[in-house]
Ligand binder design. Structure first.
Ligand code: ZN
Length: 338
């Protein structure tokens, strides 16, 4: 599928290379990777789906193509089952090390990404839902009662949302390019008025952006201050400048600020997991900015801090209205421009 040609191994090579070049890799603790087990994968995915993915390393090219066609914007390479198990295992290793206090926080540089994959379906380059599984895993293993997931990837992580829509113990916050459903994954469920179901009502927060290219850095900071508190990050960097997917114009230093804000909210316990980011240059820079903040370095002054555009303010206003009955802090909140 030509849509998949941007999800390349070089994404990790340049990201890690930039960390080394900037002296950041030396300041980090490297955590050994493990393969995820079936039990890990089954925390979110169905047995049928896992069994089907397990067969992919033995399929012929024709069989792989046919298998791939049942899903959207994803490909299966003979190695992908192995890689997806390592991506998930790395994520869980990070979570374990943060939960046990061996490290304060961290970034899992992994691929394939995870936030689009669903219980019984691969989607959007994603095979297993690394972050959704990590949330279930910490709940089960550590008895954590309240997990916050922030998805700053430019795409809506529908797989994460579906996993927790009726679960009040996991708050899912996503902002994403939406354009009134014209942007992939083109789902009605990605809009602001989809807030979770049953007991989970109010614990899904979607901030859809309906205009591209005019989202300045201020929008990002503005959103966070008003709505979030947190733990796991679906760290996609496809909202950064130059990305072929996002077509937004956040400069990489904004990720230093976002990370900074989230570190304040979660008592410092923060696990970021790589999702998207397809412009190799801005991806590498964004990864470095994130790691700078995780290491406690002061964030640079944001370059492009003008007020949010009207379309963004409108989206935020809609989100607030939709959530007013669930969040007492929003009851009297007005809308202000920075
Ligand atoms: Zn993305």
């Amino acid at each position: 599928n030509p849509a998949c040609k941007i999800e390349v191994p070089e994404r990790l090579v340049v990201s890690y290379g930039a960390l080394v070049e900037n002296g950041l890799a030396d300041r980090c603790v490297s955590i050994p990777v493990r393969e995820a087990t079936d039990a890990d994968i089954l925390l979110v995915h169905s047995e049928e789906y896992l069994e089907a993915v397990k067969k992919t390393p033995y399929m012929t090219l024709e069989e792989l193509k046919e298998f791939t066609l049942q899903y959207g914007d994803v490909y299966f390479h003979p190695n992908i089952y192995h890689c997806a198990k390592l991506a998930l295992g790395a994520t869980l290793q990070l979570v374990d090390n943060v939960m046990t206090g061996k490290v304060r926080n961290g970034l899992a540089l992994v691929r394939p990404p995870g936030h689009h994959s669903m219980r019984s379906a691969a989607s959007g380059f994603c095979i297993f839902n690394n972050v959704a599984i990590a949330a279930q895993y910490v709940k089960q293993k550590y008895g954590v009662k309240r997990v916050l997931i922030v998805d700053w990837d430019i795409h809506h992580g529908q797989g994460v949302q579906y996993s927790f829509e009726d679960d009040p113990s996991v708050l899912y916050f996503s902002w994403h390019r939406y354009e009134h459903q014209k942007f992939w994954p083109n789902l009605r469920e990605s809009d602001f008025d989809v807030v979770g179901k049953e007991k989970g009502a109010g614990s899904t927060i979607n901030v859809p952006w309906n205009k591209v290219k005019n989202h300045r850095n201020a929008v990002h900071i503005h959103t966070n201050i008003h709505i979030l508190d947190l733990v796991l990050v679906c760290a996609g960097f496809d909202s950064a400048i130059g990305d072929p997917e996002g077509e937004m114009c956040a400069t990489p230093d904004i990720f230093a600020h976002l990370t900074h804000l989230l570190m304040n909210l979660a008592g410092g316990k923060l696990c970021a997991v790589l999702e998207g980011g397809y412009n190799l240059k801005s991806l590498a820079q964004s990864v470095c900015q994130t790691v700078h903040s995780l290491l406690g370095d002061p964030a640079p002054r944001p370059a492009n801090l003008e007020g949010p555009c009207n379309s963004a303010l409108e989206s935020l206003q809609c989100v607030r209205s939709a959530h007013r009955k669930y969040w007492s802090c929003l009851k009297h909140a007005g809308i202000t421009s920075t």
